[in-house]
Design a protein around this ligand. Structure first.
Ligand code: CAA
Length: 384
């Protein structure tokens, strides 16, 4: 299905493109070196309504559709993938989870400031021994009167250091497997909650990825998100939306690498002519353009199905799988087109190459996406 964008979606895309290229792009290379969190830019993005785009206005959001959101996210990723991952986690797996499963108190207290971009949020599911298989996580939450006592360690948490509000999953009933996992809204400063190791990463260096440690951390029972036992469902539902966001991030970085490669190929002369005249490079450029377009259509398909409230888990996984694998192939080719200049930091393509590497890993590895896709096919009773 070819997706036709509405005037409003085109307007959002063009507004965010201008902002991203004027404001976000300027410091992206420097932040990649210094690892400085883009706090000021995130604040500006909050003011523009980019941190809770799909949340209704009464809870501080813009009430935008998912297609508008992925267009905006791709534009931010075009300039800075580190900034884009903060936007992605906040909009989908954090804000949308609270909007979908939270009660009125939780939406007023936690969702509003998040959607307005006044504070940053994180989602803590992964543990040192539970990544692809979050059902076997070992964090626990034990009810104690009006509180839950939370113990455990979370790993690879995007925005872990900078987040004021974290959705944390933990077991409330060991015997019930995925139905015994619950989700809690935990605020920074709660006694017993500490930020642990901050990772030194290959890419996305300006976004913080941390351990979070919970030691006898007392969480008010009113901060339980959804019902006891809803935690796994909350995570899986949130990840469905999150995976469309990772496709959007991949497409943004791929487009940036592609534009840089085309620009370089036109300018660079060897053997007495522009290297863009050589068929070997022309075919690479044609394949790259085709692959970006294919990924974009998969992303639009998943996003528009979500907007139409259809089941879209499989299409979200397809978009994430294809786009994240595509951007890894594409940034490698873009770097190759740059030759030796692709390998040095004077050109942004080496950053795109490093930033893209994690896209096939986080929010579900490519292997997990294939599990989701093949399960949906093999379990479909309508198929032979
Ligand atoms: N939506 C709603 N419910 C879902 C669901 C979905 N997309 N997928 C599964 N479920 C439900 C099932 O219906 C089932 O519930 P019932 O028993 O009530 O029917 C239950 O969940 C268990 O389903 P499965 O048997 O399919 O579960 P599983 O244990 O085999 O795991 C999995 C499925 C797809 C492998 C899943 O574990 C998974 O997605 N793993 C990857 C985790 C992941 O993506 N981690 C990324 C970390 S977050 C991150 O990276 C964020 C960041 O900071 C950037």
């Amino acid at each position: 299905m070819l997706y036709k964008l509405t005037n409003e979606q085109l307007m959002i895309q063009s507004m965010v493109r201008e902002f991203s290229r004027k404001v976000i792009a300027v410091t992206a290379a420097e932040r990649d070196q210094t690892k400085e969190f883009p706090a000021e830019n995130i604040k500006k993005m909050g003011e523009l309504g980019l941190m809770g785009m799909m949340i209704p206005p009464e809870y501080g959001g813009q009430g935008a559709d998912t297609v508008s959101y992925v267009l905006a996210l791709s534009e931010i990723a075009y300039s800075c993938a580190s900034t884009a991952v903060v936007m992605s986690v906040q909009n989908s797996i954090v804000c949308e989870s609270i909007n979908r499963f939270g009660n009125e108190y939780q939406k007023e207290k936690f969702l509003k400031p998040l959607a307005e971009g006044a504070v940053i949020g994180a989602f803590a599911l992964t543990e040192p021994e539970a990544g692809s298989d979050p059902v076997r996580q070992s964090s626990t939450a034990v009810k104690d009167g009006d509180f839950y006592i939370l113990n455990g360690e979370k790993r690879f948490i995007t925005s872990g250091k900078n987040a004021e509000i974290v959705i944390v999953t933990a077991k409330t009933d060991e015997s019930k497997m995925h139905k015994g996992i619950s989700a809690f809204l935990v605020t920074k400063g709660t006694p017993g909650f500490a930020v642990g190791n901050v990772e030194d990463k290959m890419g996305l260096r300006a976004s913080d990825t941390t351990d979070l440690i919970f030691e006898n951390c007392r969480i008010p029972a009113k901060n339980l998100l959804g019902e006891e036992g809803d935690g796994f469902k909350i995570a899986m539902t949130g990840l469905d939306g999150g995976r469309i966001g990772i496709a959007a991030q991949s497409i943004g970085v791929a487009q940036a690498a592609f534009d840089a490669a085309v620009k370089y190929a036109k300018k660079r002369k060897q053997f007495g002519q522009s290297i863009s005249k050589f068929q070997g490079l022309r075919w690479m450029i044609a394949d790259m353009a085709t692959e970006i377009e294919a990924a974009r259509q998969l992303m639009f398909l998943a996003a528009s199905m979500k907007d139409r409230k259809e089941k879209y888990s499989t299409q979200a996984s397809m978009a994430k799988l294809y786009a994240s694998e595509m951007v890894n192939r594409l940034t490698a080719k873009a770097l190759q087109i740059h030759g030796g200049y692709g390998f040095i930091k004077d050109y942004p393509v080496e950053r795109y190459y490093r930033d893209a590497r994690v896209f096939t890993i986080y929010e579900g590895t490519s292997e997990i996406q294939r599990v989701v896709i093949s399960n949906s096919i093999l379990k479909d009773k309508r198929l032979p």
